[in-house]
Design a protein around this ligand. Structure first.
Ligand code: KG4
Ligand code: ZN
Length: 335
């Protein structure tokens, strides 16, 4: 029976393929080759390098997926938002596969993929609030019962994950910075350093992390030599202020909207400190907290495959001859 969907994710620095059974949502194949190590020495993703690495990694993974190709019913691919030179590798492979295997193409929004990572092997049910925290985005969304996405807040400058990456770069911790900062913060003992929580006294619901990043930069300038102890105190104080900022705005949003459930998605949703603060918030507002399994917070093709199952159901196929690549996506619409 031809009921498998193959999905490709290459929007940034992860080359990933997954195959899902669209009827029972089981994952039959999944593989990701991360480029973190190659970009680490530059303190961030180098687009040209990412593009080259995708062209080597994607065919390598596809070769392993060969036994499933005769059972496919569609090809899905992340088409937006992301780095154009990275997206193009996945899109070219997806179109070639769709054309040569005579299968329909499904173009999937990366952010919709992150949202569906909440329902990897279960039926999706919306009417929920969502916090999306990744390297490229920081957004609070309300998704109604019909799957219409409404934006409640977003970042005005850097994203939550990006601020971790930039602070890590300033401290010479490599890329990506989220996990490195979180680990370092755990080693802090004194905890006497504090950074101001951004926009604390503003009624605006949006986020801003650039001022906090600058405060860290100025603090680092005060130290001629950075010992491990000082580094961990700074990491702790930064993480604390960044998470407090997320929670401060969410508290305001929660008092305006009564969410039945609240999902947290994106690479930075793996942060355990953030998770536990959100648990407390949801408990206070009697709201069910939905978290993504730690293995699927960061970019992966399974979330794209899962989102593709919904598009397949609605027969929302994409014309293979269209230019579908978008580096930004303004409006998620219905997912
Ligand atoms: O979703 P993702 O894999 O890629 C994008 O769509 O951007 O998110 C990657 C981001 C990076 O900025 C990374 O530093 C951040 O997620 N991240 C974290 C943690 N783990 C990953 N940020 C804070 N704490 C973490 N534990
Ligand atoms: Zn992502």
């Amino acid at each position: 029976m031809k009921n498998l969907i193959l999905a490709i994710e290459s929007s940034c620095d992860d080359s990933s393929l997954a195959i899902i059974n669209k009827d029972d949502l089981s994952c039959v194949f999944e593989k990701k080759i991360s480029q973190e190590l190659q970009h680490s020495q530059y303190g961030g993703v180098v687009p040209e390098l990412a593009a080259r690495l995708h062209t080597a990694a994607l065919p390598q993974i596809l070769e392993q997926a060969k036994p499933f190709l005769n059972r496919l019913c569609a090809i899905a691919v992340t088409n937006e938002p992301g780095l154009s030179v990275s997206l193009i590798g996945g899109i070219s492979m997806a179109k070639t596969l769709a054309l040569s295997l005579n299968l329909p193409l499904l173009a999937i929004n990366h952010l919709a993929g992150h949202i569906y990572s909440l329902f990897l092997n279960e039926k999706a049910s919306f009417d929920m609030g969502v916090l999306l925290v990744s390297g490229g985005h920081t957004m609070v969304l309300f998704i109604d019962k019909q799957g219409k996405v409404n934006e409640l807040a977003k970042t005005l400058d850097d994203s939550f994950g990006e601020s971790f990456d930039k602070v890590a770069k300033m401290m010479g911790l490599g890329y990506p910075g989220g996990n490195a900062i979180e680990k370092l913060a755990l080693k802090a003992t004194e905890k006497k350093l504090f950074f101001n929580i951004p926009l604390k006294h503003s009624k605006d619901l949006n986020y801003s992390f650039s001022g906090l990043k600058n405060a860290v930069r100025l603090e680092l300038l005060k130290h001629e030599k950075l010992d491990e102890n000082t580094k961990s105190e700074i990491a702790f104080a930064f993480q604390n202020a960044a998470i407090a900022h997320i929670l401060d705005k969410l508290e305001k949003i929660f008092s305006l909207h009564r969410f039945k459930s609240f999902g947290v998605v994106g690479g930075a949703s793996a942060n355990l400190s953030l998770r536990s603060r959100l648990e407390a918030l949801c408990k206070k507002y009697d709201c069910e907290l939905k978290l993504v399994t730690l293995s699927h917070c960061s970019d992966n093709a399974l979330m794209i495959a899962r989102a593709a199952c919904e598009k397949f159901k609605k027969q929302e196929f994409t014309n293979i001859k269209m230019d579908i690549l978008r580096t930004r996506s303004e409006n998620l619409g219905y997912i």
